[in-house]
Design a binder for this molecule. Structure first.
Ligand SMILES: Cc1ncc(COP(=O)(O)O)c(C=O)c1O
Length: 400
């Protein structure tokens, strides 16, 4: 019999994977995957960029590169992050194979088995899986419409003491909750963190995707607000996945040099380097100023999809069901009465042709299941109304 390592023995194929497999059937109207719309990818621009590269640039693109990242992309990205108010003083930046790898690397270098990672409730499933893979104990703190509950967070700090190594937050267009932190909550949070012996992981893949300019100030990262005066070390991770294409597998990590250097060491034995090929393309996209006009197009398209979904929710959901109204990003978080179970709703909905992600997938303890996540980003616009009606009908049926 094969003797797997202890950490491999802890790995389980999650229920979400099983359900996602059902949702992959093309006849299903799926609100499950947190994916950008295929139809919005900048395919022509990428063709043009690639065809315009010199022979030498193409050779570089096909070669290994430094573990920390393709130097011209690091430079373009630094400029981009500085334009958002971030300081490079005492900080280092590395390119990672998606933000997922940045989360994984940080956990690897900071967290020992039985250390505590404090997360939001609900929280991003990929981060939860990474924390668990290193044997972390998760302590979940409730979110409300303005962000993490500060009193509960203080209790968590008191309860966990020195065992708490990392606080993981997704403050801007949260996955899965769809909310954005209020500025008051951000200020309170930065205050509460002062003097704590913990690292903040600020995960920001969706911040650029605000629907209205008036919302832009809310997306200024804590890493930028606290620049030069961080209450605790802040490791900021971002991604090209939602603003360029997840297939490029490009993310980044900006944090105190001491931490980022350790991550770079850990990355060496993980993948040696992130794909140079996609870094070359991303660098051209960023340095030629193509990102902003493209993201403007995305903001408009996702705003439109979100309002179609919100209209459908209003039209079809029975009373007792509530949902968040996103100001950006990809997600709406729907909450049903406590007695309801989103797995039952899923089973009923999939029979009729619609899918979403059940709530307990995002519960760090895998229990709470009266909510679920709808992604409006990937589904063809003209099918959103029909899909929401199917889910609402399933809820009505189960409520009886
Ligand atoms: C909150 C959050 N963080 C990180 C990631 C991972 O992003 P990437 O595709 O860059 O690895 C995702 C992807 O869905 C996400 O939603």
């Amino acid at each position: 019999m094969i003797q797997f390592s202890q950490s491999a023995q802890q790995m389980r194929s999650s229920e979400i994977r099983r359900l996602m497999a059902l949702a992959a059937d093309p006849s299903i109207i799926s609100f499950a995957g947190g994916m950008p719309s295929n139809t919005l990818f900048p395919v022509d621009v990428i063709d043009e960029i690639y065809n315009g590269l010199s022979e030498k640039q193409k050779q570089v693109a096909m070669q290994y590169g430094p573990t920390s990242g393709f130097p011209p992309l690091l430079e373009s990205l630094k400029k981009y992050l500085e334009s958002k108010g971030m300081s490079m003083n005492g900080q280092s930046l590395i390119i990672t194979t998606g933000a997922q790898q940045a989360i994984n690397l940080l956990t690897k270098v900071l967290v020992d088995p039985d250390d505590v990672v404090i997360t939001e409730q609900p929280s991003f499933i990929g981060a939860l899986a990474a924390f668990k893979s290193y044997g972390a104990v998760l302590d979940a703190v409730d979110l409300d419409s303005e962000g993490i509950n500060i009193d509960a967070l203080k209790l968590s700090f008191d309860k966990n003491g020195a065992k708490a190594k990392m606080l993981y937050l997704c403050p801007y267009f949260h996955n899965p909750a769809g909310i954005i932190y209020s500025r008051d909550r951000v200020r309170e949070l930065l205050e509460v963190l002062k003097g704590r012996d913990i690292v903040l992981l600020e995960d920001d893949p969706y911040g650029e995707l605000y629907f209205d300019e008036s919302c832009k100030p809310l997306t200024k990262p804590m890493k930028a607000l606290a620049a030069g005066n961080e209450p605790v070390p802040i490791c900021y991770t971002g991604s090209f996945a939602k603003i360029f294409g997840p297939g490029f597998r490009l993310g980044w990590l900006l944090g105190p040099t001491e931490i980022v250097e350790k991550c770079e060491l850990a990355k060496q034995s993980m993948d040696a380097c992130t794909s140079t090929f996609t870094q070359v393309l991303a660098n051209e996209f960023l340095s030629r100023g193509m990102l902003e006009p493209y993201v403007q197009k995305l903001r408009k398209a996702y705003k439109e999809r979100s309002s179609i979904m919100l209209d459908a929710l209003k039209k079809y959901m029975p009373s007792g069901v509530t949902w968040t109204t996103p100001k950006g990003g990809f997600y709406i978080w729907v909450t049903m009465p406590e007695v309801m179970n989103s797995s039952d709703v899923f089973q009923e909905s999939i029979k009729k042709g619609a899918a979403f992600v059940i709530g307990n997938a995002f519960d760090p303890h895998g229990v709470k299941n009266n909510s679920f996540r709808l992604a409006f980003s990937h589904t063809p616009q003209e099918r959103i109304d029909e899909g929401i009606k199917i889910i609402a009908d399933a809820i009505c049926k189960l409520m009886k």
